[in-house]
Design a protein around this ligand. Structure first.
Ligand code: HEM
Length: 404
């Protein structure tokens, strides 16, 4: 695929770049702005129609955090916190320091494509007395038969996604945002992830996951006419006026999906390819062509069976098999060490974006739950659903249209 500067979301070219302003960061307080490689100096816009970290090309490092408001903290405390968080995110994304108490962890780095994305969980609205303005799209996800969910690592009042192409820049943002939370909110859970570093492959291509598959090919592309409608809440949606604060926002489904890598690695490459319906080396459909060639789902092999098996993951999850249900998958891989039995605690921090989870994640996961060949090799261990408000206008903080 012609990926965006090699950081593909399974995407074709330039349209991705609109949220990542290439080039030296204006005002980067690096002291060495001129000498920063393009990786360090690349800056993503904080203001805009949508928050950063949704269509931004995948970054090499990610931190996901959920916070719960402290007992006694309500709407005013939440509003003040989102204001502090927005100030910090704006500064750090520009490569500047986070005020006089800055830890200095990222002093000599540029913005390194840092993005910070904020979302609200279902419980946030009770805590802040805002249930009348809670969109129905935020109703809890249905249970799926294969769920093995740890509630302590799921949901939460507030969600923060941090991404950057440098590990210190990402950790610096995490520290600053955690300090900003002060006594208003405490961390409920945290997860760390990674992707391939920009520049690590000569051929720009879609990312690989820890099963070795090319992952992200089928993603909707920003250049497609229905991309915005599928991923972002429409401006003048049919919903009630009290939900208008979400116009331009998106819903994030976050699942920690463990990969049973020992079982997976025991399969031959041919067996692994049957599970997905695509080749491992290039991600091309088993029915031929290159990565971006459409799957020929009706094509039969010499044995009279479909070449892309009826339970192949890419067949079951394809929008044309799900009434057009589509989502933008933008994950990080994770590895949290080795279990006592020697199995790696590793997998995918699956994050998908859609205008409405009932027309994105839910119908697809329902179908996968009933007969996806991949399900023997994965385990959903935690789940979160968040309303991610639109991007802030100049002078605005994230979520202001809900909280002011
Ligand atoms: C496609 C892997 C979980 C939805 C794919 C592909 C791979 C893959 C390799 C084919 C290439 C591509 O189009 O990206 C995985 C792995 C998972 C996982 C390793 C878990 C660890 C999920 C879940 C969902 C999902 C939970 C949603 C409920 C999709 C969709 C496509 C896809 C929508 C694109 C289908 C198309 O447009 O043809 N996945 N997936 N996947 N997957 Fe997954």
């Amino acid at each position: 695929a012609a990926g965006a500067a090699g950081l593909a979301l399974g995407a074709t070219g330039g349209a991705m770049a609109h949220s990542a302003l290439a080039g030296p960061a204006g005002g980067a307080a690096t002291g060495a702005a001129g000498s920063l490689a393009s990786l360090g100096s690349t800056q993503v816009a904080f203001h805009g129609d949508h928050q950063s970290g949704i269509t931004t090309p995948l970054q090499a490092k990610g931190h996901l955090l959920a916070f719960d408001l402290a007992p006694g903290a309500g709407r005013p405390e939440a509003a003040a916190l989102l204001r502090r968080w927005s100030d910090t995110a704006r500064l750090l994304m520009a490569g500047e320091v986070a005020g006089s108490a800055d830890s200095g962890i990222a002093l000599d780095a540029g913005p390194s494509s840092l993005t910070v994305t904020f979302g609200f969980g279902h419980s946030f609205f009770e805590r802040t007395g805002l249930t009348a303005r809670r969109p129905t799209a935020l109703d809890p996800l249905p249970a799926f038969s294969a769920d093995r969910l740890d509630e302590r690592r799921g949901n939460g009042d507030l969600w923060v996604q941090i991404g950057a192409n440098d590990g210190l820049v990402a950790f610096h943002a995490l520290r600053a945002l955690q300090k900003d939370a002060g006594t208003a909110a405490r961390v409920r859970w945290q997860m760390n992830g990674f992707n391939r570093s920009p520049g690590a492959t000569g051929t720009p291509m879609t990312a690989r996951n820890l099963m070795g598959q090319v992952d992200g090919t089928g993603n909707p592309k920003p250049a497609e006419p229905d991309f915005d409608r599928r991923i972002f809440v429409p401006d003048a949606g049919p919903g009630p006026a009290e939900h208008a604060w979400m116009a331009g926002g998106s819903y994030a489904v976050v699942r920690r999906i463990r990969m049973l890598l020992d079982d997976w690695d025991r399969q031959t490459t041919a067996q692994q390819e049957q599970v997905i319906g695509r080749t491992k080396a290039t991600g091309a459909p088993l029915t031929g062509g290159g990565e971006t060639t459409e799957m020929a789902l009706d094509k039969l092999g010499p044995d009279g069976k479909p070449v892309i098996a009826s339970n192949a993951h890419a067949r079951i999850s394809a929008p044309e098999q799900n009434g057009g249900a589509a989502m933008l998958r933008r994950p990080f891989s994770f590895h949290d060490g080795i279990d006592a039995d020697g199995a790696p605690d590793a997998g995918l921090l699956f994050i998908c974006w859609q205008a409405d989870p009932l027309r994105g994640f839910v119908p697809v996961q329902r179908k996968l739950d009933r007969g996806d060949a991949l399900s023997a090799f994965i385990r959903h261990e935690s789940s979160g659903l968040y309303a991610v408000p639109p991007g802030p206008r100049a002078g605005e903080y994230v979520g202001q249209r809900l909280l002011e």
